[in-house]
Design a binder for this molecule. Structure first.
Ligand code: BV8
Ligand code: ZN
Length: 241
């Protein structure tokens, strides 16, 4: 099928969908200038994220981990949502049953105005006390290194799910429920490598959903989805409406 026909088919499926679930990854924020995890400009190239985004790394050297998050916040503080984030806000407004599930911690979907949003891996603009577990909004850029809780004096950590850590059970349950009941699932800008987020697409397919992928490159999902649209999220997502 030509790209135009693929797009027409995707639009038709979405126009008639009562329930839509969307899963996004770092690729949707790439068009806002935010480095992806595994791309050429990837965060993982300059900083071995698997060495930093773990509880062991924080235990061993909290200052280094805070420096990495502070550096990411400095990048993010200058970034704004792009046309793909904005198009998903419009899609939510005209869909009866909608859930946006993101692996991104950059806060750009929230900034764009998405409401029915599940942040699987947390939020870089929140911190959590390692003692009393209080979660606090904190937009300091740069972050004071080794910030401490005003309530109990405990060391604060990023409110982010690190590798080897369990996701928030409620957020995961809401996300699984959404993909198991949707008519159409749209997957934008993820390499589909990280679990349990990577299980959401097979779960949607098992429920009979029509799955559409938007990605710059082919991914492990591409051969399994109903429609795979290749291109930039900021160009393609708005065309789905
Ligand atoms: C858990 C927060 C258990 C950190 C992140 C072996 C097999 C299976 C699983 C595992 C395994 N070994 C280890 C595991 C488990 C592990 C895992 O999945 N590892 C992977 C690497 C194999 N998972 C975990 O540890 C999870 N926890 O399993 O806990 C447990 C259970 C109970 C009790 C205790 C423990 C926790 C996972 C969460 C990790 N945290 N982020 C931080 O951000 O600082 S994950 C990190 O990767 C980011 O959140 C990111 O969002 C996520 C996924 O990456 P992508 O978003 O896909 O980004 P990527 O760069 O990879 O791809 C970008 C895509 O966009 C590309 O496809 C590119 O082509 C495309 N693109 C680029 N530009 C554009 C574009 N597309 C469109 N337009 C463009 N312009
Ligand atoms: Zn505390």
């Amino acid at each position: 099928m030509s790209d135009h026909a693929l797009l027409q088919s995707a639009r038709a499926q979405l126009a008639s969908a009562r329930s839509i679930a969307v899963l996004t990854g770092a690729g949707i924020s790439a068009d806002s200038g935010v480095p992806t995890f595994r791309g050429a400009d990837g965060l993982w190239r300059n900083y071995r994220a698997e060495d930093l985004a773990t509880p062991e790394a924080f235990e061993r050297d909290p200052r280094l981990v805070w420096e990495w998050y502070s550096w990411r916040r400095e990048i993010l503080a200058t970034k704004t949502p792009n046309a793909a984030h904005d198009a998903l806000v419009r899609m939510e407004a005209c869909t009866e049953d909608f859930r946006l599930i993101t692996q991104n911690v950059d806060g750009l979907h929230r900034l764009a105005g998405s409401q029915r949003l599940s942040e699987l891996h947390g939020d870089i603009w929140k911190v959590r006390c390692t003692s009393c577990r209080l979660v606090i909004d904190n937009r300091d850029v740069p972050l004071s290194l080794l910030p401490h809780c005003h309530t109990c004096g405990g060391l604060l950590r990023p409110h982010i799910v690190w590798f080897g850590e369990a996701l928030d059970q409620q957020i995961l349950t809401d996300s699984i429920r959404a993909v198991e009941s949707c008519d159409v699932m749209v997957i934008v800008g993820t390499s589909g490598l990280v679990y349990p987020a990577a299980m959401l697409m097979p779960a949607a397919k098992a429920n009979g959903a029509f799955v559409i992928e938007i990605n710059l490159d082919p991914t492990p999902y591409s051969s399994d989805v109903a429609l795979s649209l290749q291109g930039r999220a900021k160009d393609l997502v708005p065309l789905l409406l």
